[in-house]
Design a protein around this ligand. Structure first.
Ligand code: 13P
Ligand code: SF4
Length: 303
Protein backbone atom coordinates (compact mmCIF):
# COMPACT_ATOMS: atom_id res chain seq x y z
CA UNK A 1 0.00 0.00 0.00
CA UNK A 2 2.73 2.43 1.12
CA UNK A 3 4.60 1.59 -2.02
CA UNK A 4 1.72 2.20 -4.40
CA UNK A 5 0.93 5.56 -2.77
CA UNK A 6 4.56 6.66 -3.12
CA UNK A 7 4.68 5.54 -6.74
CA UNK A 8 1.50 7.46 -7.54
CA UNK A 9 2.90 10.64 -5.94
CA UNK A 10 6.22 10.25 -7.77
CA UNK A 11 4.61 9.70 -11.16
CA UNK A 12 2.16 12.50 -10.55
CA UNK A 13 5.06 14.92 -10.12
CA UNK A 14 6.90 13.51 -13.11
CA UNK A 15 3.87 13.80 -15.39
CA UNK A 16 2.74 17.15 -13.94
CA UNK A 17 -0.60 15.51 -13.29
CA UNK A 18 -3.52 16.37 -11.07
CA UNK A 19 -5.90 13.75 -9.68
CA UNK A 20 -9.59 14.71 -9.62
CA UNK A 21 -12.06 12.40 -7.89
CA UNK A 22 -15.83 12.35 -7.61
CA UNK A 23 -17.48 12.16 -4.17
CA UNK A 24 -18.58 8.55 -4.90
CA UNK A 25 -15.06 7.21 -5.42
CA UNK A 26 -13.60 4.54 -3.15
CA UNK A 27 -12.16 5.98 0.09
CA UNK A 28 -8.55 5.24 -0.85
CA UNK A 29 -9.01 6.93 -4.24
CA UNK A 30 -10.58 10.01 -2.64
CA UNK A 31 -7.63 10.12 -0.23
CA UNK A 32 -4.98 10.40 -2.97
CA UNK A 33 -6.92 12.98 -4.99
CA UNK A 34 -5.92 16.64 -5.20
CA UNK A 35 -9.57 17.56 -5.37
CA UNK A 36 -12.75 15.65 -4.47
CA UNK A 37 -16.11 17.08 -5.51
CA UNK A 38 -19.31 16.99 -7.52
CA UNK A 39 -19.72 17.18 -11.28
CA UNK A 40 -19.76 20.97 -11.27
CA UNK A 41 -16.75 21.34 -8.95
CA UNK A 42 -14.78 18.83 -10.98
CA UNK A 43 -15.55 20.71 -14.20
CA UNK A 44 -14.41 23.96 -12.59
CA UNK A 45 -11.16 22.30 -11.46
CA UNK A 46 -10.58 20.79 -14.90
CA UNK A 47 -11.10 24.15 -16.57
CA UNK A 48 -8.73 25.99 -14.21
CA UNK A 49 -5.87 23.61 -13.40
CA UNK A 50 -2.30 24.30 -14.58
CA UNK A 51 -1.49 20.60 -14.67
CA UNK A 52 -0.59 19.02 -18.00
CA UNK A 53 -2.41 15.78 -17.29
CA UNK A 54 -5.75 15.18 -15.55
CA UNK A 55 -6.30 11.74 -14.02
CA UNK A 56 -10.07 11.67 -13.77
CA UNK A 57 -11.40 9.30 -11.13
CA UNK A 58 -15.07 9.26 -11.96
CA UNK A 59 -17.25 8.09 -14.83
CA UNK A 60 -16.69 8.64 -18.53
CA UNK A 61 -18.99 11.63 -19.14
CA UNK A 62 -17.18 13.52 -16.36
CA UNK A 63 -13.75 12.90 -17.90
CA UNK A 64 -15.13 13.84 -21.32
CA UNK A 65 -16.50 17.11 -19.92
CA UNK A 66 -13.06 17.81 -18.38
CA UNK A 67 -11.46 17.31 -21.80
CA UNK A 68 -13.94 19.65 -23.47
CA UNK A 69 -13.10 22.33 -20.92
CA UNK A 70 -9.36 21.73 -21.24
CA UNK A 71 -8.66 20.53 -24.78
CA UNK A 72 -4.93 21.25 -24.48
CA UNK A 73 -4.55 18.86 -21.52
CA UNK A 74 -4.27 15.10 -21.58
CA UNK A 75 -7.29 13.65 -19.77
CA UNK A 76 -6.99 10.04 -18.63
CA UNK A 77 -9.60 7.80 -17.03
CA UNK A 78 -8.08 4.87 -15.10
CA UNK A 79 -10.83 2.49 -16.27
CA UNK A 80 -12.31 3.13 -19.73
CA UNK A 81 -15.37 1.02 -18.86
CA UNK A 82 -16.46 3.30 -16.02
CA UNK A 83 -19.57 4.58 -17.78
CA UNK A 84 -22.82 6.04 -16.50
CA UNK A 85 -25.92 4.00 -17.40
CA UNK A 86 -28.08 7.11 -17.16
CA UNK A 87 -25.88 8.93 -19.69
CA UNK A 88 -26.27 5.92 -22.00
CA UNK A 89 -30.07 6.18 -21.85
CA UNK A 90 -30.15 8.84 -24.56
CA UNK A 91 -28.15 8.97 -27.79
CA UNK A 92 -27.51 11.90 -30.10
CA UNK A 93 -29.87 10.35 -32.62
CA UNK A 94 -32.67 9.96 -30.07
CA UNK A 95 -32.28 13.57 -28.99
CA UNK A 96 -32.36 14.74 -32.61
CA UNK A 97 -35.63 12.81 -32.96
CA UNK A 98 -37.10 14.53 -29.89
CA UNK A 99 -35.96 17.95 -31.16
CA UNK A 100 -37.65 17.26 -34.50
CA UNK A 101 -40.94 16.69 -32.64
CA UNK A 102 -40.51 19.96 -30.70
CA UNK A 103 -38.67 22.28 -33.10
CA UNK A 104 -39.26 25.42 -30.98
CA UNK A 105 -38.10 23.96 -27.68
CA UNK A 106 -34.88 24.96 -25.94
CA UNK A 107 -32.83 21.89 -25.08
CA UNK A 108 -31.40 21.58 -21.59
CA UNK A 109 -29.30 18.53 -20.88
CA UNK A 110 -27.99 17.17 -17.64
CA UNK A 111 -24.20 16.91 -17.52
CA UNK A 112 -24.73 13.12 -17.25
CA UNK A 113 -24.76 12.79 -21.05
CA UNK A 114 -22.24 11.95 -23.76
CA UNK A 115 -20.42 14.70 -25.67
CA UNK A 116 -22.50 13.75 -28.70
CA UNK A 117 -25.69 14.53 -26.77
CA UNK A 118 -24.25 17.75 -25.32
CA UNK A 119 -23.42 18.81 -28.88
CA UNK A 120 -27.18 18.66 -29.64
CA UNK A 121 -28.17 20.83 -26.64
CA UNK A 122 -28.56 24.55 -26.12
CA UNK A 123 -27.52 24.41 -22.49
CA UNK A 124 -26.10 21.97 -19.98
CA UNK A 125 -26.55 21.89 -16.20
CA UNK A 126 -25.54 19.80 -13.21
CA UNK A 127 -27.69 18.92 -10.22
CA UNK A 128 -26.07 21.86 -8.39
CA UNK A 129 -27.28 24.54 -10.78
CA UNK A 130 -30.27 23.09 -12.70
CA UNK A 131 -32.88 25.10 -10.77
CA UNK A 132 -31.00 28.41 -11.11
CA UNK A 133 -30.24 27.88 -14.78
CA UNK A 134 -33.90 27.21 -15.57
CA UNK A 135 -34.95 30.28 -13.56
CA UNK A 136 -32.33 32.59 -15.01
CA UNK A 137 -31.09 31.42 -18.40
CA UNK A 138 -34.27 29.78 -19.65
CA UNK A 139 -36.78 32.15 -18.08
CA UNK A 140 -38.14 33.24 -21.46
CA UNK A 141 -38.18 29.81 -23.08
CA UNK A 142 -41.68 28.75 -24.09
CA UNK A 143 -40.87 25.05 -24.27
CA UNK A 144 -37.95 23.18 -22.71
CA UNK A 145 -36.73 19.66 -23.38
CA UNK A 146 -34.93 18.37 -20.26
CA UNK A 147 -32.99 15.13 -20.77
CA UNK A 148 -32.17 12.48 -19.79
CA UNK A 149 -33.07 12.29 -16.07
CA UNK A 150 -36.84 12.18 -15.53
CA UNK A 151 -36.43 12.49 -11.75
CA UNK A 152 -34.14 15.51 -11.84
CA UNK A 153 -36.56 17.06 -14.36
CA UNK A 154 -39.48 16.38 -11.97
CA UNK A 155 -37.57 17.95 -9.07
CA UNK A 156 -36.63 21.07 -11.07
CA UNK A 157 -40.22 21.36 -12.35
CA UNK A 158 -41.48 21.37 -8.76
CA UNK A 159 -38.94 23.99 -7.68
CA UNK A 160 -39.45 26.33 -10.63
CA UNK A 161 -43.13 25.79 -11.51
CA UNK A 162 -42.07 25.07 -15.11
CA UNK A 163 -43.08 22.03 -17.15
CA UNK A 164 -40.59 20.13 -19.27
CA UNK A 165 -40.66 17.76 -22.17
CA UNK A 166 -38.88 14.98 -20.31
CA UNK A 167 -36.92 11.91 -21.36
CA UNK A 168 -37.31 8.58 -19.61
CA UNK A 169 -33.76 8.26 -18.23
CA UNK A 170 -32.93 7.60 -14.60
CA UNK A 171 -30.02 6.59 -12.41
CA UNK A 172 -30.20 2.88 -11.56
CA UNK A 173 -28.25 3.47 -8.33
CA UNK A 174 -30.50 6.24 -7.00
CA UNK A 175 -33.61 4.35 -8.17
CA UNK A 176 -32.68 1.66 -5.63
CA UNK A 177 -33.41 4.12 -2.83
CA UNK A 178 -37.07 3.62 -1.89
CA UNK A 179 -39.38 5.73 0.28
CA UNK A 180 -39.63 2.82 2.73
CA UNK A 181 -35.85 3.01 3.22
CA UNK A 182 -36.19 6.64 4.24
CA UNK A 183 -39.14 5.87 6.54
CA UNK A 184 -37.22 3.01 8.18
CA UNK A 185 -34.09 5.11 8.81
CA UNK A 186 -36.16 8.03 10.09
CA UNK A 187 -37.90 5.71 12.57
CA UNK A 188 -34.51 4.36 13.71
CA UNK A 189 -32.95 7.82 14.00
CA UNK A 190 -35.76 10.26 14.80
CA UNK A 191 -33.40 13.20 15.40
CA UNK A 192 -31.54 12.82 12.12
CA UNK A 193 -31.77 15.18 9.15
CA UNK A 194 -32.51 13.48 5.81
CA UNK A 195 -30.54 14.37 2.68
CA UNK A 196 -31.50 13.23 -0.82
CA UNK A 197 -29.94 13.70 -4.24
CA UNK A 198 -32.36 15.05 -6.90
CA UNK A 199 -31.70 11.89 -8.95
CA UNK A 200 -33.82 10.05 -6.37
CA UNK A 201 -37.47 9.25 -7.05
CA UNK A 202 -39.90 12.09 -6.15
CA UNK A 203 -41.38 9.81 -3.44
CA UNK A 204 -37.92 9.91 -1.83
CA UNK A 205 -37.07 13.60 -2.33
CA UNK A 206 -40.46 14.49 -0.83
CA UNK A 207 -39.40 12.83 2.42
CA UNK A 208 -36.04 14.64 2.57
CA UNK A 209 -35.21 17.76 4.57
CA UNK A 210 -32.53 18.80 2.09
CA UNK A 211 -32.29 17.97 -1.63
CA UNK A 212 -28.89 18.84 -3.06
CA UNK A 213 -26.01 17.86 -5.31
CA UNK A 214 -23.25 15.84 -3.67
CA UNK A 215 -21.22 19.01 -3.02
CA UNK A 216 -24.32 20.77 -1.70
CA UNK A 217 -24.78 17.89 0.74
CA UNK A 218 -21.14 18.05 1.90
CA UNK A 219 -21.47 21.80 2.44
CA UNK A 220 -24.76 21.41 4.30
CA UNK A 221 -23.46 18.78 6.72
CA UNK A 222 -20.56 21.04 7.66
CA UNK A 223 -22.85 23.98 8.32
CA UNK A 224 -25.77 22.34 10.11
CA UNK A 225 -26.06 22.05 13.86
CA UNK A 226 -27.58 18.56 13.36
CA UNK A 227 -25.26 15.78 14.46
CA UNK A 228 -27.09 12.82 12.91
CA UNK A 229 -27.57 12.65 9.17
CA UNK A 230 -29.33 10.12 6.94
CA UNK A 231 -27.64 10.17 3.55
CA UNK A 232 -29.83 9.57 0.50
CA UNK A 233 -27.29 9.12 -2.24
CA UNK A 234 -24.45 6.81 -3.28
CA UNK A 235 -22.77 5.51 -0.15
CA UNK A 236 -19.21 6.53 -1.20
CA UNK A 237 -19.89 10.12 -0.16
CA UNK A 238 -20.04 9.10 3.50
CA UNK A 239 -16.26 8.65 3.59
CA UNK A 240 -15.74 12.34 2.89
CA UNK A 241 -18.55 13.39 5.24
CA UNK A 242 -17.06 11.40 8.13
CA UNK A 243 -13.57 12.74 7.44
CA UNK A 244 -14.74 16.35 7.38
CA UNK A 245 -17.16 16.01 10.33
CA UNK A 246 -15.62 13.72 12.97
CA UNK A 247 -18.23 14.69 15.58
CA UNK A 248 -21.25 13.74 13.45
CA UNK A 249 -22.89 10.41 12.68
CA UNK A 250 -23.90 9.40 9.15
CA UNK A 251 -26.35 6.65 8.17
CA UNK A 252 -26.69 5.49 4.56
CA UNK A 253 -30.38 5.45 3.66
CA UNK A 254 -29.79 2.25 1.71
CA UNK A 255 -26.76 -0.04 1.48
CA UNK A 256 -28.01 -0.83 -2.05
CA UNK A 257 -27.08 2.62 -3.29
CA UNK A 258 -23.69 1.70 -4.75
CA UNK A 259 -22.64 2.85 -8.22
CA UNK A 260 -20.62 -0.06 -9.65
CA UNK A 261 -19.09 2.16 -12.31
CA UNK A 262 -17.69 4.64 -9.80
CA UNK A 263 -16.16 1.68 -7.94
CA UNK A 264 -14.29 0.48 -11.03
CA UNK A 265 -11.53 2.97 -10.31
CA UNK A 266 -8.95 1.51 -7.92
CA UNK A 267 -5.55 2.70 -6.69
CA UNK A 268 -3.83 0.16 -8.94
CA UNK A 269 -5.66 1.48 -11.98
CA UNK A 270 -4.72 5.05 -11.03
CA UNK A 271 -1.08 3.94 -10.89
CA UNK A 272 -1.25 2.13 -14.24
CA UNK A 273 -2.96 5.12 -15.76
CA UNK A 274 -0.06 7.37 -14.73
CA UNK A 275 2.55 4.77 -15.70
CA UNK A 276 1.23 3.98 -19.16
CA UNK A 277 -0.61 7.26 -19.83
CA UNK A 278 -3.89 5.44 -20.44
CA UNK A 279 -6.85 5.66 -21.10
CA UNK A 280 -7.06 8.89 -22.99
CA UNK A 281 -10.47 10.54 -23.31
CA UNK A 282 -10.69 12.48 -26.53
CA UNK A 283 -14.07 13.19 -28.09
CA UNK A 284 -14.00 14.14 -31.81
CA UNK A 285 -13.05 17.81 -32.25
CA UNK A 286 -16.22 18.90 -34.00
CA UNK A 287 -18.43 17.28 -31.33
CA UNK A 288 -16.28 18.77 -28.55
CA UNK A 289 -16.57 22.23 -30.11
CA UNK A 290 -20.38 22.02 -30.24
CA UNK A 291 -20.61 20.47 -26.78
CA UNK A 292 -18.49 23.32 -25.39
CA UNK A 293 -21.10 25.82 -26.52
CA UNK A 294 -23.67 24.07 -24.30
CA UNK A 295 -21.46 23.61 -21.23
CA UNK A 296 -19.58 26.91 -21.02
CA UNK A 297 -22.41 28.79 -19.24
CA UNK A 298 -22.71 26.08 -16.60
CA UNK A 299 -19.54 27.25 -14.82
CA UNK A 300 -21.09 30.66 -14.14
CA UNK A 301 -23.94 29.15 -12.14
CA UNK A 302 -22.26 27.69 -9.15
CA UNK A 303 -25.27 26.86 -7.02
P1 13P B 1 -23.28 15.37 -8.48
O1 13P B 1 -23.03 16.33 -9.58
O2 13P B 1 -24.27 15.84 -7.49
O3 13P B 1 -22.00 14.95 -7.83
O4 13P B 1 -23.95 14.06 -9.10
C1 13P B 1 -23.32 13.30 -10.07
C2 13P B 1 -23.91 12.00 -10.21
O5 13P B 1 -23.63 11.25 -11.11
C3 13P B 1 -24.89 11.61 -9.22
O6 13P B 1 -25.29 10.33 -9.47
FE1 SF4 C 1 -24.50 7.57 -13.30
FE2 SF4 C 1 -26.04 7.07 -11.20
FE3 SF4 C 1 -23.52 6.27 -11.17
FE4 SF4 C 1 -24.18 8.88 -10.96
S1 SF4 C 1 -24.60 7.24 -9.50
S2 SF4 C 1 -22.57 8.00 -12.25
S3 SF4 C 1 -25.95 8.96 -12.34
S4 SF4 C 1 -25.13 5.57 -12.57
Amino acid sequence: MENILEKIQELKRERQAVILAHNYQRPEVQDIADYVGDSLGLSIQAASTDAKVIIFCGVHFMAETAKIFSPEKTVLIPDPDAGCPMADMITGEQLRGLKAQHPDAQVLCYVNTSAEVKAECDLCCTSANAVTMVQEVLKDAKEIIFAPDQYLAAYVAEKTGRTFIPWHGFCPTHAKILPEDVEREKARHPNAVVLAHPECRPAVTHLADIVASTEGMCRYVQETAATEIIVGTEVGIIHRMRKENPGKVFYPVSEQAVCPNMKRITLEKVLWSLQDMVHEVNPPLEIARRAYASIEKMLNYRS
